[in-house]
Design a protein around this ligand. Sequence first.
Ligand code: TLP
Length: 341
Amino acid sequence: MHHLVDLRSDTVTVPTPEMRRAMANAEVGDDVYGEDPTINRLQERAAELLGKEAALFVPSGTMGNEIAIKVHTRPGDEVLIDEDCHIVKWELGAAAFISSVQLHTVPNQRGIVPVQEYARRIHPGDDHVPPTRLICLENTHNAAGGVVLPLEYMREVWTLAQHHGVAVHLDGARLFNAAVALGIPARKLAAYADSVMFCLSKGLACPVGSILCGSRAFIEEARRVRKILGGAMRQAGILAAAGLVALDTMIDRLAQDHARARRLAEAVANMPGFWVDMETVQTNMVYVQTEQPARRIVQQLETLGVLCLDVFPHTIRLVTHKDIDDEHITRAIDAFAKVAQ
Ligand code: TLP
């Protein structure tokens, strides 16, 4: 696969040599007994980094989000969430399946739901209406093009939720992309959520794993739910070792991915048959609208050695990451130029 330019996702990244060394040498133990020192170190580091009391290593971002929903809610509760979030679109109805909650979806504009739209839907619950228990946010916002939810916006949603005694969960699969784009530490964004999930296995280039952070009591319950879902692992310090390397070495470099995404977007935006909303190109994603069916374009690009995803019938998603360098971007631009002719 190495001769291909793989822009399908930042999930395709492979671990760095330093990660592989750390994984091979990781000190491990049985994490179900809380005895894996590498897992424990990663969880402590992650909690400290996000300014939360505790953290839990989970096998995937999906599991992190779904555990959070389960812990924050009771069956029949309502969750306010923007209609394009990963939890709504790409988690196979897991919130209904696992937590028996009602996702009350709200339209967004470029990934942002106006705060008043949440405000007018929050309900304490009565004989007819389910109580709003949770608001879920996603930062960066994948389906909106990797856009960043500004810190002030996060604060406004948080203030509203606090006022009504509603919890906030942040799907921060790409939280560090948001933090780097804003030029602020991730903990500032995390401060406006009760629980935060971030992925190690995306832009941070780890092979496996995500982290769920929150209060000590929240994480204690999350640990129980993780076990129920079959997500408790044993000598998983081998995986956590890569996570520790990632937190040291992979965050600041995300700025390079953002610059490359911009270069790619600017080039493709000027080609016939393709459109890019440049305002959404804020991090490591480029969503390209296509005149022809996206599927056909993806197939043509593949024959030219460039892989990307047709996420909607006339939309292609391109994602930059640590295994994409400047030369790969040039090759991708050349391939798009050929297809555009
Ligand atoms: N996103 C994947 C696909 O599922 C779409 C990708 O390639 O972008 N939250 C957000 C915002 C995500 O983008 C993803 C994965 C997840 C959660 C789930 O993470 P995993 O794949 O680890 O379960």
